[in-house]
Design a protein around this ligand. Structure first.
Ligand code: SF4
Length: 502
């Protein structure tokens, strides 16, 4: 379906719904302090100024090996970047080099073994890239007795278990997940060093990094209120704003954007298909069995409502189990939450029979929600708990389905708002630091909540709806700041404690 055709159908299919008659401002309203006896004006919430969003769809939807975007994809990207940086050093520096060290801090050190962080770092140093990563090599790297030789600009290095330093969990660096990479000489002198951070979702940055070469968005916005205003004042749809901005910021064309989105959709769909065909144990320190296939097959004999929920859950379980096994998955917004959106994508394609074009446009709406959450709060369990991973994934999925089925911007926002709101406060407490308990099942619940948010939003009257996306994202940030550290991907709080017997 052509883009213009999709937009037209979207408008027609929404005609007559109460939501379409509302203005874009209706969704954005707080409750006056006067409604609450004892509240004073000084207790009103003052939202922060949000900088213009420059995050791209390729930044948000990254493809790579599981099980974790912050602990697997980002470390792989970091060590790959460090390899490139070393290759650009003057030959006289490189000639003095003897070894490479990777120092892991914070949650990377606390839970990196369960997340294959060490293997990801070695894979990047050996020249692997996330999107094309050889997942069999990742499996082989589990053998810590083996050493690997790699050549960078004619200089040979041996990397292996000794390359990885499981450093301090409490540290002074500005980001929870910090990775310091060093090139070291024979006498132990550091010849070159980069202090990298993994802020979630597979993103990475380093201290002193120059600003990326990006264009300015056609429609600058920093929050949903800005976005809503732009849509109204400039008479642009959600899809038009996201697409035009992506083209301008990334200096690319629509064909390239859709090529990436198609690969994202294919990876998600393949993840469901493969996961539904596999059985047996998942890798990890305790016996944890796959169940997606069994759950999927049980849906055949279930009554209609049960069957639908069982099937949708099985799709999410399938991708999450594959992610835990180290298969390729998409950060949506992270790998811990990689099963939620694919469950809805699979449903939209195979049961709702939506076109490829509608699916692409759904991803644009999911992208908008992901951008807002990433820029105005966080998508890292290590920073704001699981509300930032499964909560955001559920909100993205709800927006995707609602937009792709032709609902107006207000309904899309309300769907995302509801899905995120009802994950607020969710801690990140992976047992033993492995993306197994509670992560795999949480994706199924995230998918179910996304669908429910879609249903409720379609039937909501915008003028009667109080919560808006910006306020709920800020609530997630505030809640995340208040969450104690053991509940932020440390594996030392909640289930991470109660599930471990002496
Ligand atoms: S508990 Fe949630 S945030 Fe934590 S690792 Fe699992 S999916 Fe990610």
């Amino acid at each position: 379906m052509e883009r213009r055709c999709f937009l037209k159908i979207a408008a027609i299919s929404s005609a007559g719904a109460g939501l379409l008659t509302q203005t874009h401002e209706v969704v954005a309203k707080g409750i006056s302090f006067q409604a609450f006896p004892g509240k004073t004006q000084g207790q009103c919430y003052a939202p922060p100024a949000n900088p213009v969003i420059l995050t791209s769809l390729t930044d948000l939807f990254k493809i790579g090996p599981g099980p974790s975007s912050s602990h697997t994809i980002a470390p792989l990207r970091i060590s790959s970047n460090f390899r490139e940086a070393i290759a650009a050093l003057p030959p006289e520096t490189l000639n003095k080099a003897q070894s490479i060290e990777a120092h892991l801090f914070g949650s990377l050190s606390a839970t990196g073994k369960g997340h294959r962080t060490d293997r990801a770092i070695l894979a990047g140093l050996l020249g692997q890239k996330p999107e094309t990563c050889d997942t069999e090599l990742m499996d082989a790297l589990a053998d810590t007795r083996k050493q690997y030789v790699t050549t960078i600009q004619g200089k040979t290095f041996t990397v292996g278990n000794d390359t990885i330093v499981w450093d301090k969990i409490d540290h002074p660096y500005p980001f929870a997940n910090t990775l310091v990479m060093r090139l070291v000489s024979v006498d132990g002198t550091t010849l070159f060093e980069r202090e990298y951070y993994s802020p979630g979702g597979g993103f990475f940055q380093w201290k002193g990094q120059p600003a990326p070469d990006r264009g300015q968005p056609v429609y600058p916005y920093g929050n949903m209120a800005d976005f809503r205003r732009l849509a109204r004042d400039r008479n642009r749809s959600l899809s038009e704003i996201i697409l035009d901005n992506e083209k301008a910021v990334m200096k690319t064309g629509e064909a390239e954007i859709f090529t990436h989105l198609d690969l994202v959709l294919k990876t998600m769909e393949d993840g469901v298909t493969q996961g539904l065909s596999e059985e047996g144990l998942l890798p990890g320190p305790f016996p944890f069995y796959r169940k997606a296939k069994r759950v999927y097959e049980s849906a055949r004999n279930a009554p209609a409502g049960d069957g639908f929920m069982t099937q949708l859950s099985s799709y999410a379980l399938a991708v999450s189990e594959g992610n835990a096994a180290g298969r390729l998955a998409v950060t949506a917004p992270t790998l811990g939450s990689a099963g939620t959106m694919p469950a809805l994508v699979y449903l939209m394609k195979n049961q709702l029979k939506l076109s490829q074009d509608a699916l692409r446009h759904g991803l644009l709406a999911a992208g908008l929600v992901g951008f807002l959450c990433k820029n105005n709060a966080s998508v890292a369990g290590a920073e704001v708990g699981c509300q930032g991973e499964i909560g955001v994934a559920s909100a993205m999925a709800a927006a995707m389905l609602t937009h792709a089925t032709g609902a107006p911007l207000e309904a899309t926002e309300i769907a995302a708002t509801m899905a995120l709101e009802h994950h607020l406060g969710m801690s990140c407490d992976p047992v033993g630091g492995f993306v197994l308990i509670p992560c795999i099942e949480r994706n199924a619940f995230g998918a179910i909540k996304a669908y429910n948010a879609h249903l409720l939003a379609k039937n909501e009257i915008a003028a009667q709806h109080w919560e808006d996306l910006d306020r709920v994202i800020l609530a997630m940030l505030e809640t995340g700041k208040a969450l104690p550290t053991p509940f932020k991907e440390m594996g030392t709080g909640g289930l991470g404690v109660t599930m471990v017997d002496c």
